[in-house]
Design a protein around this ligand. Structure first.
Ligand code: ATP
Ligand code: MG
Length: 399
């Protein structure tokens, strides 16, 4: 067995010592079999959430109604989920209520795809009743059970399938793909928050190009906020080489391609339930990208943009101009690194100094004056030295 399973072994052992069954399940087992980087280790157990909480001293209730408890153990955290079925589904969404069970196989049966329905015990033995290993070998995304039924139970699974196409470079098995194509409209019932999780994983997957094309081919795009009227624009995406963009840059690319008005960016992203901090980051990146497409960076723009925006806007600039071999990112970042100051707070002068020198009380003029000093320092016209700043200011102020 390898890390991170090794570190998690004592958690399985403690559950077993208390008389319950416990296994590693889901994405971690799949990624282990694929020899991929393993993200978080999820554990399934026959113990109920109450029983799990009796065994471990540090726990957090993160989804008790679905049977999930977060256990903090040796500086790591593990999601421990009680074996369950999802017998009754409502509105193609989540089950109305889950039933806790004591049987692993029935728990594996409620999972979405066969590759995600493999369990591994503490000795590394695999329990794979739905031929998940075969699907992994064949690189196939196949539902556990009849695809149509499984998509009716929870339509998000269709979006998860396309997200796994992007993430794993697998194909969707024929029957699963047919059901997906025929029932894509069920996605209408799915909460945006759940769609966003899958869409963002799709945007940054290694095979994102194929997955984004699939979103169009299957009409999945019709059920994505703000994108349902943009078939042509989304098709344009295929003309660009965007594999190295991160999540923020992919959202920026998308917004740029659908040619959204600046005023509407925030509404679009709010409709995706994006936190305001991330919205602002995307707005900044787009602002500097648009400037960059018109002209080269000025020193003052480099300063205002900051490292992260320079990097993102320049990466996007290269995507849009289709320039392949270029050291422009390094060039602009080097220039940024050489700036005399990086932030307003790096200036060797304060508002109080300025008021004292000019013998004036505060007011809007003060901000303007500080901005003037800041710009002169950034552009190398003035040294960042208190005495020099004073002399410069006195020389250019009306007596
Ligand atoms: P990742 O590596 O991206 O986390 P994952 O397979 O672990 O992928 P999660 O969303 O973390 O995906 O879900 C964990 C496991 O829970 C899945 O592997 C699957 O077994 C099960 N699962 C998650 N969502 C669903 C769903 N909508 N329907 C059925 N089973 C699901
Ligand atoms: Mg996971």
């Amino acid at each position: 067995m390898i890390e991170p399973f090794l570190s998690a072994l004592p958690v399985l052992e403690r559950l077993e010592a208390a008389g319950y069954e416990a296994y590693f399940v889901g994405g971690s087992v799949r990624d282990y079999l694929l020899k991929k980087q393993i993200s978080d280790v999820d554990i399934a157990t026959s113990a109920t959430p109450v029983e799990v909480k009796e065994i471990f001293s540090k726990t957090v209730d993160i989804g008790i109604e679905h049977g999930t408890v977060l256990v903090l153990y040796n500086q790591e955290s593990y999601e421990i989920t009680t074996f369950r079925t999802e017998a009754e589904y409502q509105d193609y969404r989540r089950p109305k209520e889950v039933a806790f069970i004591r049987n692993l196989k029935d728990d594996l049966k409620r999972r979405d795809f066969s590759m995600n329905a493999i369990a591994m015990d503490k000795n590394g033995k695999l329990i794979d009743p739905f031929k998940g290993q075969l699907a992994i070998k064949d690189k196939l995304i196949q539902t556990v059970g009849r695809a149509e039924d499984r998509f009716r139970e929870d339509a998000l699974r269709m979006m998860r399938a396309v997200r796994f196409v992007s993430q794993l470079s697998f194909s969707i098995e024929n029957d699963t793909l047919t059901a997906l194509t025929n029932h894509i409209d069920l996605l209408e019932n799915i909460a945006v928050e759940r769609k966003k999780v899958e869409f963002e994983k799709l945007l940054i997957g290694n095979n994102r190009r194929i997955a984004l094309k699939m979103i169009l081919d299957t009409n999945l795009f019709l059920y994505l906020p703000g994108l349902n009227n943009n078939k042509q624009e989304l098709e344009q995406l295929q003309n660009f080489q965007y594999d190295s963009l991160n999540k923020k840059e992919m959202w920026s690319l998308l917004l740029f391609c659908i040619d959204i008005k600046e005023k509407l960016i925030e509404t679009f992203l709010r409709d995706w339930r994006m936190p305001i901090k991330e919205i602002r980051e995307i707005q900044h990146t787009l602002f500097f990208l648009k400037k960059r497409l018109q002209q080269e960076w000025s020193i003052y723009d480099l300063y205002n943009a900051g490292y992260d925006n320079i990097l993102s806007a320049e990466k996007l600039y290269l995507v849009f101009t289709r320039i392949k071999e270029s050291d422009s990112i390094k060039h602009w970042l080097d220039l940024y690194e050489q700036l005399p100051i990086k932030y307003l707070s790096d200036m060797n002068v304060t508002g109080n100094d300025v008021m004292e020198w000019l013998n004036k009380s505060g007011g809007p003029w003060l901000k303007d004056t500080l901005l003037k000093i800041e710009r002169a320092i950034v552009e190398g016209k003035l040294e960042n030295n208190k005495q020099k700043i004073k002399e410069w200011l006195m020389a250019c102020s009306p007596k």
